[in-house]
Design a protein around this ligand. Sequence first.
Ligand code: ADP
Ligand code: MG
Length: 822
Amino acid sequence: MLPAFEKLSKILRLEQSRDYQDQAVIGGLEKFVAHWRTTARAETQDPALSRQIDEIADLLSGYAARDQEGRARTVSDILARLEQTLTPASAPPLRKPSPHKPGPAKPTAPTPAPAKPPAPPPPVERPCTGLDAAVTTLPGISTAYATRLRHLDITTVRDLLYHFPHRYDDYSTLKPISHLEYGEETTIIGTIWETTTRRSRGGGTIVSSIVADASGTIEAVWFNQPYLVRQLRTGRRIVLSGKVDEYLGRLTLQSPAWEPLERELIHTGRLVPIYPLTRGISARWMRRLMKRVVDHWAPRTPDPLPEKICERLGLLDLCAALQQMHFPDDQKAAKEARHRLSFDEFLLIQLGMLRQRQQWRNQQGIPLPRNQPLLDAFVASLPFELTPAQKRSLEQIVTDLEGDKPMSRLLQGDVGSGKTVVAAAAMLMALAAGKQSALMAPTEILAEQHYRTIAKLLATAPEWGLDRPVSIAFLTGGLRRVERRKVYTALASGAADIVVGTHALIQKHVTFKDLGLAIVDEQHRFGVAQRAMLRGKGGTPHVLVMSATPIPRSLALTLYGDLDISVIDELPPGRKPIQTRWLLRRERERAYSFLRSQVEKGRQAFILFPLVEESDKVEAKAAVEEYERLKESIFPDLRLGLLHGRMKVKEKDAVMDRFHDGEIDILVSTSVVEVGIDVPNAAVMMIEGADRFGLAQLHQFRGRVGRGPHQSYCLLLSDAASPDDPQTKATWERLKAIEDTQDGFVLAEKDLELRGPGDFFGLRQSGLPALRLASLSNVRVLEQARAEAQAIFAEDPTLNRPEYRLLQEQLDQFWQGKNDLS
Ligand code: ADP
Ligand code: MG
């Protein structure tokens, strides 16, 4: 027997002789056991024994809170286990790292250090403390398990602590057995009458226990877990949770979760955390591990938020939040925990943004003076009048350009709201000041579209009083080398005033003579870093980023907290609203004949197969299959095209070009069709599986039609078979909104309200640190965090005060250099 077992056994006998007053050791058994566990674990490398140690330690947690009877049961249970380990069959009696055991035995401490703190020993190579230590430093985590955990992005103790359940199952309602009803999820407490084993027809083992309480009995069965016979001993009191099933007219519990009654209820009898799992990691193992990690580490995780802030905002402290997030006392506590933890996330984002903004604003900019006559002449040359929103945005931009701080502005406007003219006007101001400008778009197609538009818009500049014709270059990765070289030279020498292009613009060969303005279109497609690289092509150029993704103001202020924001919140007059209809699955045929009738009128159509999972592969497969089916059996006489994310850039561009030129009637596509794509003749957008998407997202898809003079239509195909089942009804009511409004901002607000901020974050993933909680939180948390970040920043922008020291550290860790872009 391990020395630690002997010691514990002595202490427990003492406890017995003192009538379970919890006075056998100073500070109580519960405290003692944390220490004991570490010591005991250091004495053995045998996994079976290690498991024993953990289980014994688990049995003792919650000891202090038990009544005398409960304590007595615990003590006798443990003593029985300790005795069992004496029998050679159950485990070889290892005393110290045994000499007969070869293998990679570490030359670690041969004797357990007697007074070690309960923290696991740090790894030898890299002395990092506790929370940032590798998971393998935890007792019971082998390298095999560490590898599996890595699949969940867990490598350190901190990662574990922040590996949150994605939901809880509520087993907190205990019921007498006689009250059980078929089909309900329930928890019962009972005594085992007998446990038997039999063979199933398939040759497996069935373990069956009859469990009784004062009101009645029920049979519980488990499949292919023969070892349970030894654990489910007659007379044992256990807690069972699971779904009540029926077999041959009697109620049963099939493979219920269970545990001995004495234990603090981890798996049963409470809100049970359900963790994201991976292969080789069972729910039970994970919960047990988390329980230990949380019990031990939550109290040892320093709280970066000063107490006064927590108090003022009514937030849980970090320790309580972590504990309640994993093992909540009730739903309310779980909610408060989520609130606190997502608050932290938003606070860090916002502080990072504010820091970034300040770095930019501290730089000296290049003032581009306003040339009002030129501006007026440009506006007068347009075949339409600018909308008030366009005028307002343009004015804000021109004012920024005049200033001596570099502009950092986001121009937000729904698809078709007319951002391009505004951008062109800004470029004109750069031209007038003798500076160059660059416009970067996410794809070749969009870049080319912009190139043509800008060239057309600025072609007559000399007539407006500009001293020279405008030279515009086009640069993408698709150009031949010679062509590219020419552009490089023109930009470096200043021969080109403007360049429009793709990522190719931020390659290292590209240098500018004098870049005054950098514009990024569809900015969510680029990361913060790419934006910064474009900025880096000049001294401190003004930067304008454009986005067609309507984002509610509260969210935009957080996500784009480093930018000033202009919004074009109206469409040019005279646009026909896109007629939008929800259709049931069985109405698909109708949709097809509608498409056909539109094609017969000379229009073109999209059929979109967007999938929720962001897997190109799966999405592409679905689209390819559907394309084949449509081509063969639905529209054999029409010209169909196919577009998906697994195609090469060249292939995609070729298809898009053909669609643009009217050589394709119906384009079957995944969500890769560009947001900004301009095909005026496309009048129908049909979206499959539409009810799986948020309103803002659907609105984006819809925005790819309705750009020409024709009445356009959007058909939203639902997965639902009938509108009557309650769940469908709820979804439909939410989604009905899109039939009634064309305003992306209204839809986005609604989405935010209904689905929380999480869905929006994907849009900017490339630039943001991973967010674990955003999807679980709500707007209120977001706004609270923003206000607090501003208050903290106003008070101490460098976070140098002692009370913010931890916060500053966390901020650096959270962003890990992502924010250092100046
Ligand atoms: P987006 O904001 O989606 O980039 P664009 O700049 O591509 O929108 O503009 C969409 C279309 O609307 C273009 O054909 C453009 O010429 C036209 N447009 C822009 N502003 C106005 C306006 N004030 N009145 C009428 N048409 C306009
Ligand atoms: Mg655009």
